[in-house]
Ligand binder design. Structure first.
Ligand code: AGP
Length: 374
């Protein structure tokens, strides 16, 4: 912990606020103009000798725990879209418990901030034994996962000290979006889409700076929620992962029950919980799922739900049209990058809730930064 907190009270707070810089470092030297047509492209040095094998895989399997798993989940849709390869998700301990199928034709991507998580390491040994190509995405050069995988990408987010992972999460997503761009880079039909994403990546640190201005608003919201027992977070599509990750942050540091829910599952159970008391955050920024989320909001309003809606700039009035809610407007970016923006207000909310409730921000009870035992 020789790294100073600078002007901040806690490492978690510092790490949330330094995301514009950590994201810039993650992308440095990796987005270039290349090829005969000088188009924008992605260069991931650690993968260049393996991209052909990855493109030939029958399946890509993401494996991780906690926040690292959530980052992979946020990146799954763009990887499926740009690679055309089926992508499956595995929580490391569950893969091991089931001794789930891993084949020689698979590319197994291990995502871990520390690179030392015992469950992920065990799954890595297992995937290697089964002959899969193993790729590591870690924040720790020389870590066990970095050493034991066949190839990989460092996220270069800088040391993360707070037990709650914040800047590593956003850098992991950016690396996995770059991975999707690199795998799909020889597909002419998606070139425009890839270029738009690269432009979006280059602009992302500025947009994160903008969303960090919500700090006071999130502190205000934390004040309102300080005595609550529970907070539900509804998301779907790219932002299902945001719902899971936002809820994980709230429970791990603010010690408040919180659950991330796939909005498409609302009618299959969670709707029974809705009343005028339970706070519910709904992520409804503009993307292909927006109209479905509008209808979720209407249904929650019809049941007098107490809503906090995260929406794109300019949409506050439209998301409040079916009933009153607290709207949090965030900048709109490319759909696959929106999870990087949308998690920031939830990180801030978890942080302020923790301080206001008087809990330990950087060392939540019972938790360790790196879980090196099973
Ligand atoms: C994140 O806030 C948590 N502390 C935890 O879920 C963490 O992401 C998980 O233990 C995995 O750690 P890793 O990324 O170092 O493998």
């Amino acid at each position: 912990e020789q790294i100073s907190k600078g002007k901040y009270d806690h490492y978690m707070q510092k790490e949330i606020h330094e995301q514009p810089e950590s994201l810039t470092t993650t992308m440095r030297g990796r987005l270039i103009r290349g090829g005969s047509r000088k188009t924008k492209t992605v260069l991931l040095g650690g993968l260049k000798d393996h991209l052909k094998t990855i493109r030939r895989s029958r399946r890509i399997v993401f494996i991780g725990c906690g926040t690292s798993y959530n980052a992979a989940l946020a990146s799954r849709p763009i990887l499926e879209e740009l690679s055309g390869i089926p992508v499956s998700m595995e929580i490391a301990s569950d893969l091991w418990d089931r001794q789930g199928p891993i084949y020689r034709e698979d590319t197994a991507v291990f995502v871990s901030q520390s690179g030392e998580t015992a469950d992920t390491l065990l799954a890595l040994d297992y995937a290697r034994e089964n002959g899969a190509l193993c790729v590591g995405i870690t924040n720790t050069v020389g870590s066990s996962i970095a050493r034991k995988t066949h190839c990989g990408v460092h996220i270069n987010a800088g040391a993360e000290i707070g037990v709650a992972s914040t800047k590593a999460y956003t850098s992991q997503i950016v690396v996995m979006v770059m991975l999707a761009l690199a795998i799909g880079s020889d597909t002419i039909s998606s070139q425009k889409r890839r270029e738009a994403i690269i432009d979006g990546l280059l602009d992302l640190p500025y947009k994160v700076k903008e969303v960090l201005k919500l700090d006071d608003e999130m502190k205000d919201l934390a004040q309102l929620l300080i005595d609550e027992q529970s907070l539900l977070v509804f998301g779907r599509g790219y932002n299902y992962a945001t719902a899971l990750e936002g809820a994980l942050k709230v429970k791990e540091v603010a010690l408040m029950h919180s659950e991330g829910i796939l909005a498409g599952e609302m009618k299959h159970g969670p709707l029974a919980l809705v009343d005028e008391n339970l706070p519910i955050a709904v992520i409804a920024t503009r993307d292909a799922c927006f109209s479905k989320q509008q209808s979720v909001i209407q249904q929650l309003h019809a049941r007098k739900g107490r809503l906090i809606v995260m929406c794109s700039k300019g949409d506050a009035a439209s998301v409040s049209s079916s009933g009153s809610c607290r709207a949090i407007e965030v900048p709109q970016v490319e759909d696959c990058l929106q999870p990087v923006i949308n998690i920031v207000p939830l990180q801030l909310l978890a942080y302020h809730l923790t301080v206001l409730r008087g809990h330990n921000v950087d060392q939540p009870r019972n938790l360790a930064k790196s879980v090196t035992t099973q």
